[in-house]
Design a protein around this ligand. Structure first.
Ligand SMILES: [Zn+2]
Length: 270
C-alpha cells in the first residue's frame, strides 16, 4: 500500500491518499481550491478514489469531499446519525466552514454541504482497499465522532486531531480524550506504526509515543485540577508544546472550561 500526504497551507492540515492495486482512499480532503484540485489529480493518477474518509467532522477536514463526488464517504456512525438528523453539531461544522470561507474570500463552488453517500463505521470495523486490510477505531475526546484508520500494510496510523506536533490537545471531553490517548499508546506499542496526524509532520512510533505521553500528562493535570475544583491549577497546567503559537492560550482556556464545566455540573459528565 502506498501513502501520499498532501499538506494544506492552513494549519499544516494533512490530506492522505492511501492507494493499492489501482484504487485509492482519500482521507480528510482539505482545504483550498488549488489544493483540492491537486488532491483530485493525485487520486486520479492512482486509479481514482474508491472512497473518502473523514477522521472527524470538523470543518477543516471535510470540505473537499466534493472533489470526489462519486465516492462514498466513510465516517464514524455518530457523525452519520447527526448529519441525517440535521443535528446541531453537523450544522455547526458547516457553519464554521462557511464563516471561514467568507472571511478569507475562499470560493467553494460546490457549496458547503455534507456528502450524499455516507457509510457509518463502528469501532474495530474491518475495511479493505484493493484487497489490503484497514481497521477503523472510534477515538472520542477531541470530538465525539473521532475515527482513526490503521493501515498496518503501509505501517501507518491516521488518527485525525490527536498527536499533532503543531498544537496542544484540543480537549472537548477530558476522560474520553484520556482513554483515547491510552488506546493510541497501546496501539503504537503493538504495531510500531508511524502516525500521520491531522496537522503537522509524520511521526515515527517513538516520536508519537513521546507526544502521547506528554499529552496524557497535560490531560491528567486538567482532570486532577477539576476533581479538586481548583480552577487556578487547571489554568496553570503547563502545555506540552506550541508555546509560541498564537491561539494556544485560548485553546488551553477552552480546554479548562470544558473540563471544569463537567466538574461543576455532574449532569454534563459522560
Ligand atoms: Zn478537529
Amino acid at each position: 500500500m502506498q501513502v501520499d500526504v498532501l499538506t494544506s497551507g492552513i494549519w499544516q492540515t494533512n490530506s492522505t491518499v492511501l492507494s493499492h492495486r489501482g484504487t485509492c482512499l482519500v482521507v480528510d480532503p482539505a482545504y483550498f481550491p488549488r489544493e483540492l484540485a491537486a488532491l483530485a489529480e493525485r487520486a486520479a493518477e492512482l486509479g481514482g478514489a474508491t472512497a473518502v474518509c473523514f477522521t472527524h467532522g470538523h470543518w477543516d477536514h471535510v470540505m473537499g469531499h466534493t472533489t470526489c463526488p462519486a465516492a462514498p464517504v466513510w465516517m464514524h456512525q455518530g457523525l452519520v446519525d447527526d448529519i441525517q438528523a440535521q443535528g446541531a453539531r453537523a450544522a455547526k461544522y458547516l457553519a464554521d466552514a462557511r464563516e471561514f470561507d467568507s472571511r478569507w474570500y475562499v470560493p467553494r463552488p460546490a457549496g458547503h454541504r455534507w456528502p450524499q453517500t455516507l457509510r457509518g463505521l463502528a469501532d474495530g470495523e474491518a475495511l479493505e482497499l484493493g484487497g489490503a486490510p484497514l481497521r477503523a477505531l472510534h477515538l472520542p475526546g477531541h470530538s465525539p465522532d473521532g475515527l482513526a484508520l490503521v493501515a498496518e500494510d503501509a505501517g501507518v496510523l491516521l488518527c485525525g486531531d490527536y498527536l499533532s506536533p503543531c498544537e496542544i490537545p484540543f480537549v472537548e471531553d477530558a476522560p474520553r480524550y484520556r482513554a483515547t490517548l491510552l488506546r493510541l499508546l497501546e496501539l503504537l506499542a503493538q504495531t510500531g506504526c508511524d502516525v500521520i496526524p491531522g496537522h503537522g509532520p509524520r511521526l515515527d512510533a517513538a516520536g508519537a509515543t513521546a507526544l502521547a505521553r506528554a499529552d496524557l500528562g497535560y490531560v491528567d493535570r486538567l482532570i486532577d485540577a477539576a476533581a479538586r475544583g481548583d480552577h487556578a491549577a487547571a489554568r496553570d497546567a503547563p502545555w506540552p508544546r506550541a508555546h509560541e503559537v498564537v491561539g494556544m492560550r485560548e485553546a488551553h482556556l477552552e480546554n479548562c472550561k470544558h473540563v471544569l464545566a463537567v466538574q461543576d455540573d455532574p449532569s454534563q459528565a459522560p
